[in-house]
Ligand binder design. Structure first.
Ligand code: ADP
Ligand code: XUL
Length: 543
């Protein structure tokens, strides 16, 4: 019996997941996650990260990620997985985070001793002990400096696919160059989380793929090459420190002997470039043709679409990344995703079931109670100092707060994703919170669209596994079509469609208007939203 297995790894904010698919049976055969806080408590992370400076400095630990890799592979062996049947591996990682390494990195990788752990051999390679990650918002100054040198916001968007953003790698690298100049000089190579972990498997420096490379403010979004002007605006001699860029679907080489000897992978296991979690999810959730959108409700909430053509957001709120197919992803990202929902849940000591029941038993429109949910600094709209604003209710109103945080998240998503909203017939939901169908119901009502939710919520890891199968078969000349490939897997999965209740479409259009007024009032000194909010209450709740 032929067993063609493919492994997708996903190093997300809070966990490292391994996901194995059986290509011939078109189904997943295994999935396991290492949770950073629980399974590696010695690193003392909270939700996978270290937060300091009032919430604006957020780092994680690259040694923890590689220790998680050894731990996950040991679990594979313990579960007696036939690792020798894995034909190819690819990965997914939280985007934007950077890893800073000295010149011993590659030589140590080439001589890894399988009788020792990865972290005991690699603890000497870092020029920066911790890595800034996507939740960091401490580089406003550097964003301004780079944007200025690139000729302003519109020009920055046209060159790199996004405005400068605090969490993007370029501004983070610039901050390191300015504040830790000696360490910057000692740095030989700067990786993204994705290319760093890809290097470990490969046993030498791995290139950065176009999907994740686009999240740096350093790659030219049209030519898909490092942009010299952007590099010069960021830090000196940066080109020498960056790995080359590569198409996400190319083959990098074969797995390092360390993993062959230690875990019994086949020596000819192929490695495919890792990419960001959102580009991987695009594949895992099946967005390979025009007119499909997805919401990912993980640690971050994202709204993304597949784009055949480059279509940048000149208002500067959205991003264009490379898609694993060679096309584009349009995306908007929110920091106040799962952790904001958890703040409300934990504050009232609720279980997710209680949380869902409250959503079920409270009316859409929430009696006009509106929240601006900036528990953490927000990316879109830009909020650097976290503050939660409540209109028409208090901090102690349990039911009001539960519904308000969810309605706020999707109203904001609808408001700020207008630039990318293609004609979509159906939306897809993924990520940890997508299993909560009451939350998805609110999203369906606000977007006024059917939302399909799949059984597998780990779409980034599944996407990585699917990508590795596609590149593997393409390399054997058995060309696989992207859309056929993703639909075969998605058709095998259980899914539910959450339909919008049409009765609320007008209410949510009106509420979006009031939400926008509240946002403008707080963030842009706009007019007082109260008269509009009162009209809304009168129309829907006072008769
Ligand atoms: P990431 O990939 O960013 O590490 P996940 O996609 O794994 O995150 O999602 C993790 C989050 O899912 C948790 O922080 C938790 O808040 C959320 N979550 C898990 N179960 C539920 C649920 N039933 N309802 C709402 N949120 C949930
Ligand atoms: C996307 C973003 C987050 C991270 C973490 O731009 O910052 O979605 O990829 O998941």
């Amino acid at each position: 019996m032929i067993m063609d297995y493919f492994l997708g790894l996903d190093c997300s904010t809070q966990s490292l997941t391994g996901f194995i698919i059986d290509f011939n049976k078109k189904r997943s055969v295994y999935s396991y996650s290492i949770n950073f806080d629980k399974d590696l408590p010695e690193y003392k992370t909270q939700n996978g990260v270290y937060i300091s400076n009032g919430g604006n400095i957020v780092h994680s630990n690259p040694l923890m990620w590689i220790e998680a890799l050894d731990l996950l592979f040991s679990k594979f062996v313990q579960d007696r997985l036939p690792l020798e049947n894995i034909k190819a591996i690819s990965g997914s990682a939280q985007q934007h985070g950077t890893v800073y390494l000295n010149n011993s990195f590659e030589s140590i990788l080439k001589e890894l001793d399988p009788s020792k752990t990865l972290n005991s051999q690699l603890d000497r390679v870092f020029t920066r002990k911790t890595s800034p990650v996507w939740m960091d918002s401490s580089t406003t100054k550097e964003c301004e400096e780079i944007r200025y040198k690139l000729g302003g916001m519109e020009s920055t968007v046209k060159i790199t696919g996004s405005n400068t953003f605090e969490r993007f790698s370029g501004p983070q690298i610039r901050k390191f160059f300015k504040l830790n100049n000696n360490d910057y000089l000692k740095t030989s190579v700067i990786h993204l989380v994705s290319s760093f972990l890809s290097s470990i498997l490969l046993g030498k420096n791995s290139p950065i793929d176009h999907g994740d490379g686009a999240g740096m403010n350093l790659m030219n979004i049209e030519t898909k090459e490092w942009d010299q002007k952007a590099l010069d605006a960021t830090a000196p001699d940066l080109l020498m420190k960056l790995p080359p860029l590569i198409n996400s679907y190319e083959i990098l080489g074969k797995i390092s002997p360390y993993f062959v000897e230690k875990y019994k992978f086949a020596p000819d296991t192929l490695l495919i470039p890792w990419s960001g979690d959102n580009p991987n999810s695009l594949i895992g959730i099946g967005l390979t043709t025009k007119g499909r959108a997805a919401i990912s409700l993980g640690t971050s909430d994202t709204y993304f679409v597949y784009l055949k053509r480059l279509n940048v957001d000149l208002s500067g709120e959205g991003h264009i990344f490379g898609a694993p197919t060679g096309d584009y992803v349009g995306l908007v990202c929110y920091k106040n995703g799962s952790l904001a929902r958890e703040k409300i849940k934990n504050c009232f000591n609720l279980s997710w079931k209680d949380f869902s029941n409250i959503l079920k038993n409270t009316p859409p429109g929430n009696h006009g109670k509106i929240m601006l949910p900036y528990f953490f600094p927000e990316i879109v709209p830009l909020v650097l100092k976290p503050t939660v604003y409540r209109f028409g209710f208090s901090k102690n109103d349990q039911e009001g707060n539960v519904r308000a945080v969810i309605e706020a998240q999707f109203l904001s998503m609808k408001l700020h994703s207008k630039w990318v909203q293609e004609e979509t017939e159906e939306m897809y939901a993924t990520g940890g919170a997508s299993s909560n169908l009451e939350i998805i119901q609110v999203a369906a009502n606000i977007f006024n669209i059917n939302i399909r939710q799949f059984e597998v919520t780990e779409s980034a890891a599944l996407g990585a596994a699917l990508r590795s199968s596609k590149s593997y078969y393409d390399s054997t000349k058995k060309i696989v079509d992207w859309t056929e490939l993703v639909s075969q897997y998605l058709n095998m999965q259980k899914s539910v469609v959450i339909r919008p209740n049409k009765k609320y479409s007008e209410l949510y259009n009106d509420m979006l208007f009031v939400y926008n007024k509240c946002e403008s009032f707080v963030l842009k000194n706009g007019e007082d939203p109260e008269p509009y909010r009162k009209d809304f209450i009168k129309k829907y709740f006072e008769n």
